[in-house]
Write a protein that binds this ligand. Structure first.
Ligand SMILES: [Fe+2]
Length: 333
């Protein structure tokens, strides 16, 4: 990764120049900033592969910069090296807390700088390739959806609905992110099912239904190698479990079904009902809710979650509209 781009941040021009020369000698491209605020802007526009920053700077110091970068969804995987004084133990601890990846004692020794930069860039390059593998999986999910006229837009709507329900019950931002990805990926295993079965207008035979039942585990296998998708696996695998244990693939019941999968199950079925299928028209919101209500009293969905879902969807016209549009379009209105 000799052509990697490194952002050097320091308010002392002489230090910036020194670091720039050292890094350029190794074949790296160097961009510069003189404080944390300027660095943040440069990170967003230039997307560096690594940030080497000082701690004490005007406007925004190195700790605040590190904190901001590690909190940002688009910037949290950029490795950060903090240059601190050798005896500055307190700032080192705070640096670790804000997520700095490595430290260098000032004045920087070239050999140590090169070794640390090289090692962090190796990790960054691995992360980048995993990231592109994740992009491939998402494209695959979109491709599967696009070939099926009846499920077009399904994953995006399920994703927004599951996210809204998660937010409504106060889940943390990690879980919300997982729901968002889960909505897109939950049916990715359908790639293994023949189109003739997926788009069959009539009732499925027992054998065909057995085929359909394989998609959660196929989906789990597709996403399993990706570290970044580990939190999504329970959603993919368990989104067809029923609260009374009558679902598939594991027949889990009640709270044995992971919470995020229980949320996805409600969002998935609501969207399926309000969408057109090969064998029926889209249902109106009230009709879909009646079915969901009756299935919940039959113990098919988590009753507390369903109560929250009802509360949410009845209070959010914008969400209902998202599904109504689909319904109107399906009817050719
Ligand atoms: Fe599914």
């Amino acid at each position: 990764m000799a052509e990697a781009k490194i952002l050097v941040v320091d308010d002392e021009q002489i230090i910036v120049e020194l670091h720039r020369k050292l890094l350029e000698k190794q074949g790296y491209r160097v961009i510069m900033a003189s404080n944390g605020r300027e660095a943040l802007e440069r990170v967003l526009t230039e997307k560096p592969d690594l940030v080497l920053t000082d701690v004490f700077m005007p406007e925004m110091d190195g700790l605040q910069l590190c904190d901001q970068l590690k909190k940002g969804e688009r910037t949290n995987l950029i490795p950060i090296i903090m240059a601190t004084s050798a005896d500055d133990f307190d700032h080192k601890i705070r640096g670790i807390e804000t997520g700095a990846d490595d430290f260098l004692a000032k004045p920087v020794r070239p050999k140590e700088l090169y070794a640390r930069v090289k090692s962090l860039l190796r990790i960054k390059s691995l992360t980048d390739s995993l990231d592109s593998a994740e992009t491939v999986i998402f494209s695959l999910a979109n491709a599967i959806e696009a070939k099926d006229q009846f499920t077009k837009g399904h994953t995006d709507r399920v994703s927004s609905l599951a996210v809204s329900l998660g937010e409504h019950i106060g889940l943390n931002s990690d879980d919300i992110g997982t729901l968002s990805k889960g909505g897109i990926l939950h049916d990715i295993g359908k790639i293994g099912i023949k189109d003739t079965i997926l788009n069959k207008p009539g009732k499925l035979t027992a054998e065909e239904f057995e085929e359909i039942k394989k998609h959660p585990e196929t989906g789990e296998r597709i996403c399993l190698p990706l570290h970044s998708l580990q939190p999504v696996l329970p959603i993919i695998k368990h989104h067809h479990e029923k609260y009374d244990g009558s679902g598939y693939p594991c027949g889990f019941a009640g709270e044995h079904i992971p919470l995020l999968a229980r949320i996805m199950a409600i969002a998935d079925v609501y969207d399926a009902l309000t969408s057109r299928r090969a064998y029926r028209d889209a249902m109106r919101h009230t009709e879909a809710m009646e079915i969901l209500r009756s299935e919940t009293s039959d113990n098919k969905f988590d009753p507390l979650l369903f109560e929250k879902f009802e509360e949410l969807i009845e209070s959010r016209e914008d969400l209902r509209k998202l599904f109504d549009c689909e319904q109107m379009a399906a009817k050719g209105a």
